[in-house]
Write a protein that binds this ligand. Structure first.
Ligand SMILES: Cc1cc2nc3c(=O)[nH]c(=O)nc-3n(C[C@H](O)[C@H](O)[C@H](O)COP(=O)(O)OP(=O)(O)OC[C@H]3O[C@@H](n4cnc5c(N)ncnc54)[C@H](O)[C@@H]3O)c2cc1C
Length: 461
């Protein structure tokens, strides 16, 4: 008897997007069976530091849960811990440089990720997830082929031949580039689609914040998992934390105090990197000099106040050297504290999208400014929508399945790229004394309107 030959899907990149797609295609195998292969350029799960915090909006969590089987879903709270009731407030709040509240969109609190899935219409929320643990959870049961750097492909009418740096080749019916912002698959498929620099630079660091400092921060800023402060000179800060004590690390610090996992980020106009008044040289390979640079700009741009003092203390906690303890830090490659340009890719900025056997998901198609925290959300939404479209796959209609996915993705992701860019550009604008009053008033009025709308919507339910 002749064995049935299933179509092959190759995924390049085992980030959140690629892994979510792998699970979704396998999960749906009773409805449509594919031979799915996933290739990653890293040499193994511990090759590279896998990040700290990522934002996930409720639509992203719902898509993720749609993609993964129940065995993986059971482990999701390791990566997206349940909120601590009455302690953690999911969502974002925006203040001015002194901590004066400007905007706190009314986001619904939820008790766990399952609640978001069960009540899709009533829950709009943003949470802070652990990227490193999400990667570990999503890797479970996935036969990633490591050390396989894709360098290009050859597409014919009958399929796609994928080329790897080690000289090997793989044939498939559909190729999905889930290979991040510098995607070689995108560069070949749509060379005109360029990475755009928004004009902002940011530096971020992952720190363990002692309870007494976190309490001071919450006192000045208010309590929410993502805290943003807007300066007067195009500078802004983003602080993302979970108020879950870092138990396993207590011995490293003062054992009497609790510490919290926190990401601090400072955004500023890129031209400030050419500041001639700075009397030292910033070297992006030397974290100590980058931290000094950030503190220098904060002190230069922000008036003295409790919020400024807290920011400077937070930056003092950032590690000034590369970690060298292989037990606590088992990665070959470190993610150094360095200046990074805010970049994005608007997939609709070119009109040369032609659906073919080669498509893109996640950052490969639409990297976005991190300011709204929607990058991972869109990557897993892509995985979900593409897997749904492929349920109708037949050899004759493969391109129309891809087209169906791309039509939805291009519209949704482009809107989020442009919104994130818009917010970044607004924050880059210097405000004088009157500008400061106008900006604060507009945001406060917006806040009142958003909260009244939410109250009314709840009242009408
Ligand atoms: C190591 C790492 C750490 C990160 N840390 C954070 C963080 O702390 N906070 C945050 O907000 N965002 C972080 N991000 C970005 C965030 O994960 C993405 O913006 C978002 O989740 C979109 O996911 P993605 O799957 O589309 O792309 P990515 O998460 O970028 O994943 C792409 C994957 O493709 C692989 N890849 C790239 N090129 C090739 C190639 N030629 N051949 C084979 N494989 C390839 C990469 O190694 C990576 O594993 C990080 C990304 C990476 C890669």
């Amino acid at each position: 008897m002749q064995q049935e030959k299933f179509p092959t899907v190759i995924i390049i990149g085992a980030g959140p997007g690629g892994l979510a797609l792998y699970h979704a295609l396998i999960k749906n195998k009773d409805r449509k069976k594919f031979n799915v292969k996933i290739f990653e350029r890293e040499s193994g799960p511990k090759d590279r530091w896998q990040g700290y915090h990522i934002g996930l909006a409720s639509r992203g969590i719902r898509s993720l849960m749609n993609c993964i089987p129940s065995s993986i879903a059971l482990n999701i709270p390791k990566a997206i811990p349940n909120p601590i009731p009455d302690v953690e407030y999911h969502g974002i709040s925006v203040t001015d440089h002194t901590g004066n509240l400007l905007l706190k969109p009314p986001l619904k609190q939820f008790k766990d990720v399952y609640e978001i899935v069960e009540n899709p219409d009533h829950f709009v929320s943003l949470t802070v997830a652990y990227r490193d643990r999400l990667r570990d959870v999503l890797l479970d049961d996935v036969p990633v082929q490591w050390d396989k750097k894709c360098i290009g492909y050859e597409e014919t009418e009958g399929g796609v031949l994928v080329n790897f740096e080690d000289g090997s080749q793989e044939f498939c019916d559909i190729l999905v580039g889930a290979d991040g912002v510098n995607s070689p698959v995108r560069k070949q498929k749509i060379p005109e689609l360029q990475i755009n620099e928004v004009g902002a630079t940011f530096v971020n660091a992952n720190v363990a914040v002692p309870k007494h400092l976190m309490e001071r921060l919450i006192k000045v800023h208010g309590n929410s998992l993502v805290q943003k402060t807007l300066g007067l000179n195009g500078d802004s800060t983003l602080i993302a934390s979970r108020l879950i004590p870092i138990e396993q690390e207590q011995d490293k610090y003062n054992s009497d105090e609790i510490y919290y996992r926190t990401t601090i980020a400072f955004f500023y106009p890129s031209e400030l990197d050419n500041d001639e008044t700075e009397n030292f040289k910033v070297n992006d390979n030397d974290p100590a000099s980058v931290i000094k640079h950030v503190k220098h700009i904060i002190q230069k741009l922000r008036p003295e106040c409790e919020m400024t003092d807290i920011l400077l203390e937070l930056w003092d906690l950032a590690p000034k050297t590369t970690p060298n303890d292989p037990v606590k830090y088992p990665f070959k490659t470190y993610n150094p504290i360095q200046r990074r340009k805010v970049k994005d890719i608007n997939p609709l900025s070119v009109n040369s999208w032609t659906s073919s056997r080669v498509t893109l998901i996640g950052d490969a198609a639409h990297a976005m400014s991190p300011l709204l925290g929607l990058g991972t959300t869109n990557a897993v939404q892509d995985a979900n929508i593409l897997s749904q479209a492929l349920l109708n796959y037949t050899p004759e209609n493969s391109i129309s399945c891809i087209k169906e996915y791309e039509n939805e993705m291009l519209k949704r992701a482009s809107a989020d790229v442009l919104n994130s860019r818009d917010v970044t550009l607004k924050q880059l604008t210097k405000v004088g004394y009157f500008g400061f009053i106008i900006r604060n008033s507009i945001l406060k009025i917006t806040n009142i309107i958003m909260n009244i709308r939410d109250l009314l919507a709840n009242f009408m339910k």
